[in-house]
Design a protein around this ligand. Structure first.
Ligand SMILES: [Zn+2]
Length: 446
């Protein structure tokens, strides 16, 4: 009897072990009786394809890679496809097609690929109107030649002598951002504004705009930072739309980074929402020590006080001609701003929760006005900081040309630098005076 019990126990143990070894990913032990795959959606980014399976509940799924031909097979035991759901042809060089197989006791999704591809997968719990999801990121592979070409193009832009404005349309792909009651998505409107903003910048001689996102796809925080850094950005502007539980709040706001708290509760709420969305949808979060090293640079290069000047320059242009009222400049701890080693702001251009703002956002000329106003503000910031200061190591100091009526004390207040350090950086003795037109070196790495 004992022997029999032991052998049964052993058999169960072997079964459990083999189950654990064959299943790549187990979403959770708490499962509904069966899961329905309601939708399959995909987005194509320059460096990856994201495929999302919308599920009716939490599900176990098993991922296998098969060869000849190469494919990724996802089995969902007890799963069913919603009626009418079909596979789809993609043929974009990374994936040929998505197929679905309605098997007797499981649902099977197959990605047919032209070659072996690195991929990543994870499960997400419901969030707002989004159901349980299983997410796949298939990475595009680039030849050495292509990587070299990309790096060289970025280098060429960084060293062109043009002022580089990094324009960051918030969200994208499976992350829609805020949504209006009528279904307008933040990710779509901000992309439109940012394209117009980039056009305004590129039309101006000596300026070049680089977009962190050019279409409807996810961009991880690390990728946004890499784009800004590799192109030698002189400043960074992230564009978003706000949303509030009640519909009265309206208008635009500009934010710059605060490491010690927010201007008010609303500012804190906006930062919490944007940070949460960015971190929720971007699995490859920035490593905390990367952020720490950037924070040191922020203090060293006085980037934060420059960001406040950038915010004021843009604020001075906003709400002038367009009918979206301007609510002011605020501070909060946004993760996307915290990661940038260059003057950075985040514009919340309007409220998607306010019917009047939404009506205005439907008009192309209103979007154009918002874009033009931000561009004018950015250009006035980069022009007023007379010399080619940069925060990416092109030139590592800030130069200021003394204007009529300025004193060492007024310049010290403007840049937040002690008078003593301005004196020592410029070899000015205690009794020395400054005169209009004089060039002062204000801070920098030796
Ligand atoms: Zn946003």
């Amino acid at each position: 009897m004992n022997y029999k019990l032991n052998s049964v126990f052993f058999a169960i143990l072997i079964l459990c072990i083999s189950f654990v070894f064959t299943i790549n990913c187990v979403a959770s032990p708490v499962l509904s009786r069966y899961s329905e795959i309601k939708k399959i959606r995909f987005w194509t980014a320059p460096d990856h394809i994201r495929i999302v399976l919308d599920m009716s509940g939490e599900s176990i799924y098993r991922v296998r890679e098969l060869t000849n031909p190469y494919r990724i097979v996802i089995d969902i035991p007890g799963g069913k496809f919603s009626s009418g759901l079909k596979g789809t042809e993609i043929n974009n060089g990374v994936i040929d097609r998505i197929r679905i197989n309605r098997l007797r006791s499981s649902a099977q999704v197959v990605f047919d690929l032209p070659r072996k591809t690195h991929f990543d997968h994870f499960a997400l719990k419901p969030f707002k109107s989004h159901p349980y999801r299983i997410v796949f990121d298939l990475k595009k592979s680039f030849s050495e030649e292509e990587i070299k070409r990309k790096i060289n193009t970025a280098k060429l832009i960084a060293t062109s002598g043009d002022r580089i404005v990094i324009i960051d349309p918030g969200h994208g792909g499976s992350d829609p951002g805020a949504c209006s009651g009528s279904g307008i998505k933040e990710k779509d409107v901000v992309l439109q504004i940012c394209r117009m903003f980039a056009e305004s910048i590129n039309k101006t001689k000596g300026y070049k705009a680089i977009l962190t996102r050019r279409g409807d796809y996810n961009v991880a925080l690390g990728k946004r930072i890499e784009i800004a850094r590799s192109h030698g950005g002189d400043c960074f502007v992230s564009v978003h739309l706000n949303s509030y539980p009640h519909s009265r709040a309206c208008g635009s706001e500009i934010y710059f980074l605060s490491l010690d708290g927010s201007t008010d509760k609303n500012a804190q709420r906006v930062a919490e929402r944007e940070n949460f969305l960015l971190e929720l949808w971007n699995k490859d979060k920035v490593r905390e020590d990367d952020v720490q090293s950037i924070l040191l640079d922020l203090t060293k290069n006085d980037v934060m006080s420059k960001s406040s000047v950038l915010a004021e320059c843009v604020a001075a242009k906003m709400g002038k001609t367009n009918s979206i009222p301007f609510r002011g400049v605020k501070q909060a701890n946004f993760v996307v701003l915290r990661s940038m080693a260059m003057p950075s702001i985040l514009v919340e251009a309007a409220f998607l929760s306010n019917p009047r703002d939404v009506r205005l956002l439907r008009k192309r000329d209103v979007l154009n006005t918002i874009a033009r106003e931000i561009a004018e503000g950015v250009i006035s910031f980069l022009e007023s900081n007379s010399i080619a200061e940069t925060y990416m190591g092109k030139i590592n100091y800030i130069e200021h040309i003394v204007k009529k009526g300025e004193t060492l004390w007024s310049i010290s207040r403007e840049y937040g630098l002690p008078v003593g350090s301005i004196r020592s950086l410029n070899n000015l003795g205690k009794g020395s005076t400054i005169h209009p037109g004089q060039k002062l070196r204000l801070s920098g790495k030796e």
